[in-house]
Each structure stands twice: as structure tokens, then as C-alpha cells.
Design a protein around this ligand. Sequence first.
Ligand SMILES: Nc1ncnc2c1ncn2[C@@H]1O[C@H](COP(=O)(O)OS(=O)(=O)O)[C@@H](OP(=O)(O)O)[C@H]1O
Ligand SMILES: Nc1ncnc2c1ncn2[C@@H]1O[C@H](COP(=O)(O)OP(=O)(O)O)[C@@H](O)[C@H]1O
Length: 203
Amino acid sequence: MTVQKATNIKWHPGKITKDDRVKLMKQKGVTIWLTGLSGSGKSTIAVEIEHALLENKHLAYILDGDNIRHGLNKNLGFSPEDRTENIRRIGEVAKLFTDANMIAITAFISPYRQDRDNVRKLLKDGEFIEIYVKCPLDVCEQRDTKGLYKKARAGEVKEFTGISAPYEEPLHPELTIDTSTMTVDESTRTVLNYLEARGYVKF
Ligand SMILES: Nc1ncnc2c1ncn2[C@@H]1O[C@H](COP(=O)(O)OS(=O)(=O)O)[C@@H](OP(=O)(O)O)[C@H]1O
Ligand SMILES: Nc1ncnc2c1ncn2[C@@H]1O[C@H](COP(=O)(O)OP(=O)(O)O)[C@@H](O)[C@H]1O
């Protein structure tokens, strides 16, 4: 648990609610939480979803593990504790984006079930869509888009997810996308259809 250090603080409400923003923007802000192994396809799908949404006049924004670790989370490594803190912070950021009525698309390995469930709890019902970007380890390893699996096998990268660190599969994700059997386009469509069917966006 993260300790609350700040005391003597009081929440200051604004005049505008999320519902006001929903009416203004004709979309319902939500967090699309992509989780899966390195190389499973999280970033690729995130980019395609964001692009398709923008083309249809819906505002989305990607929070990507590699990118966020260049700034906000540059002081975190890959120990279990640091990964938990990584996901906690991104959960808080995603909550702000969702309240701002953005469609936040997160692309983090987020290997621990408890960490993902904690983010779910931060958000309201219907504001958290967990998507398991599923891909067998051997396929991810064959793709080895960044050469990290090779380095992990050689012991040059420690605590590498799937090789020397765990990945806990989601038990009840809203969606599972198997990228070893689907094309990028099919994967993207599946997510867009889900969003439209539940009224988050309108195409
Ligand atoms: N040890 C280790 N394990 C896993 N991944 C590693 C590691 N070291 C560096 N990388 C690179 O960091 C990206 C994963 O960062 P995340 O913030 O998504 O990780 S986590 O959610 O905190 O587990 C991950 O990006 P993706 O390949 O896009 O998943 C890697 O490029
Ligand atoms: N259905 C699919 N969805 C997403 N990526 C796919 C799919 N099929 C093949 N790929 C390929 O798999 C790789 C995934 O890499 P990337 O998106 O960086 O993964 P991650 O962000 O999970 O590390 C890319 O080279 C992509 O073209």
C-alpha cells in the first residue's frame, strides 16, 4: 500500500462534471487497459485504435510503458515493487484522463493481476476495459521486436517478463485479443466494435 504522506489537504470540487464533458464531446471517457507480454502487440494496437478514433472525430490518447518510462516513471525499474508503483501511477493518470473525458489507451505489460485490479477499483463501473493482448511466449520471442528476448536469454537483461519474471494472465478481461491468430486490423476492429456497441463512441 502507498502511504499517504500529505496531511491537511482537502478535495476542492469544480463546477464542471464529467457528464458535462460527455455532452460537450459526444464521447464517453474510458480507460482501455492493454496488458500482455513484451511483443504481444500492445503498442501496435494502441496506435491503430487512437488513429481510427481520431479519424472518426473522437479524442484518444496513448499512455505507453516505454514512453512513460522516459519521463514520469524514469525513476522506476523492473523489480516487482517498481512495476507495482509504475502501474499505480499510470492508474492515477488514466483516472484523470478518463475524468477529463478522454479515451485513455494504456499499453503496459502490467504483469500483476493485483496491480491491474487496483486500477479497476480506482475507476467507476464501465470506465475500465481490460484487454488481454494474448500471444504465446514463443511467438513474442520469435518477433523479438527490440531484441530484448535474446538479451534476456543471454542473461544481459534481468527480470524479463516471461523469461525471468512472471506474467499473470487476466482471469476476467472484458476482451481477449489473440495476436498470433488475428491481423492487426482484426484486432483493432474488435476493440472499436466493443467501444461502439457500448456507446463510448459513435461512428
Ligand atoms: N526486464 C524487463 N521486463 C519487461 N520489459 C522490459 C524489461 N526491461 C526493459 N523492458 C522494456 O520496457 C517495456 C515494459 O515497460 P512497462 O512499463 O510496460 O512494464 S511493467 O508494466 O511495469 O511491467 C517493454 O516494452 P514492451 O515491449 O512494449 O512491452 C520493454 O521494451
Ligand atoms: N494482431 C496483431 N496485433 C498487434 N501486433 C501484431 C499483430 N500481429 C502481428 N503483430 C506484430 O507484433 C509486433 C508487436 O510489437 P509491439 O506492438 O511493439 O508489442 P508490445 O507493445 O506488446 O511490446 C509488431 O511487430 C506487430 O506488427
